[in-house]
Design a protein around this ligand. Sequence first.
Ligand SMILES: Nc1ncnc2c1ncn2[C@@H]1O[C@H](COP(=O)(O)OP(=O)(O)OP(=O)(O)O)[C@@H](O)[C@H]1O
Ligand SMILES: [Mg+2]
Length: 410
Amino acid sequence: MKKVGILVGREQSFPESLIQRINERGAGEVTAEYVKLGGIRYDDPPRYDLIIDRISHEIPFYRAFLKRAALEGAIIINNPFWWSADDKFFNYSLATKLGVAIPKTVLLPQKDYIQGVTSESLRNLEFPLDWQAIVDYTGMPAIIKPFDGGGWKNVSRVNSLEELWHVYDQTGTLCMTLQEFVEFDQFVRCYCIGQEEVMIMPYDPRKPYLSGEQYLHNPNYLTPELAARVTNDVHTLCRALGYDINTVEFAIKEGVPYAIDFMNPAPDAELISVGEFYHNWVTDAVVRLVFKRLAEPRANATRYRWDALLNPDAAKEESAPETALAAVASAAEQAARTIVPEPVREIGADIAAGVGALMSDAASAVSGIVEAVSQPKEETKPPRNATSTKRTAPAKKPAVSRKKKPETEL
Ligand SMILES: Nc1ncnc2c1ncn2[C@@H]1O[C@H](COP(=O)(O)OP(=O)(O)OP(=O)(O)O)[C@@H](O)[C@H]1O
Ligand SMILES: [Mg+2]
């Protein structure tokens, strides 16, 4: 008998539907349940053959448990190692290498830093920033959003340099990106399951969450040519990133689909939000994925190397198949759709293959670090510059403390 565990946050209907349908199809051979966790021993025996993770981006304890479960041979969807390593700015940069259109995007130095980071610590930063050059590149209006965020948290549209500074001054220690605003003619959010099955959903971000008007069911929303390009882009991105459950969002302008968000490894699938049709489609697609992954042959011997955990597919290709680690779901939520009003927020209303090499490079770097760490040398702790309490930020204006973020799980 194989066991599937579901790790969830606040969402209701999607995990319930998943558990019910996996148990029905499993007929006693495969069972699904909510994962239940207390203190986890480092030698905790394996409890699940496969775990679907919907919430570890918000709960570090879950992320740590999942990495260990992977080490014990559980298939984790999505790969907790890659998810931990990923960010949206990397995603945009990757997309351009893969020929997927993205809006012009700039990574901004943080406004503020953790305590103990002084002006001395920040000598690698240009100061002041050449804001004019940055906005000349992105144009106005622009979108300022976290480089690794989700759930519309801290996403603002800005129309001028002054508005940009005003919002930036409130971003605290968050690392932000500034992005060209795409005045889209059409907008789609696409599920991609198992890096294969794609569902294009016409989606209107200008409509309120749970209004029932965000997700439209219209199979003819895109022309066949555009639908084919979008599907191809979705495959390219999800295969390169290795996510088995993901959504890719496109703002479409003058026939060009610009990928604006494709790091959604726990996408909204709630009945009340996406509607019955999409809820049923994504549930069934994930059930198919679960049974497919459970049926795949697993290597017996494991190579305990971090690079294999980060990118198991590439590691398999490089080594003898019998020694490859097949512990993690094939290569890596929007959180609650909490809409955080920002002072100048206007978006409430309008708002990866060749990468194998990139991933392998990253993995090699990690394994190099691991080797270095496993051969104790002299201590390599960076010097602390904690003597001064003066805080420096590459900002135009004095720091303004950021508003506390609300809980945003789904
Ligand atoms: N470059 C852009 N051009 C136009 N609209 C944008 C752009 N970037 C973001 N938006 C709007 O802001 C919304 C939130 O941005 P984004 O998806 O990047 O952030 P998120 O926090 O991951 O949100 P979500 O939880 O919806 O995935 C998008 O759904 C879109 O409506
Ligand atoms: Mg999004």
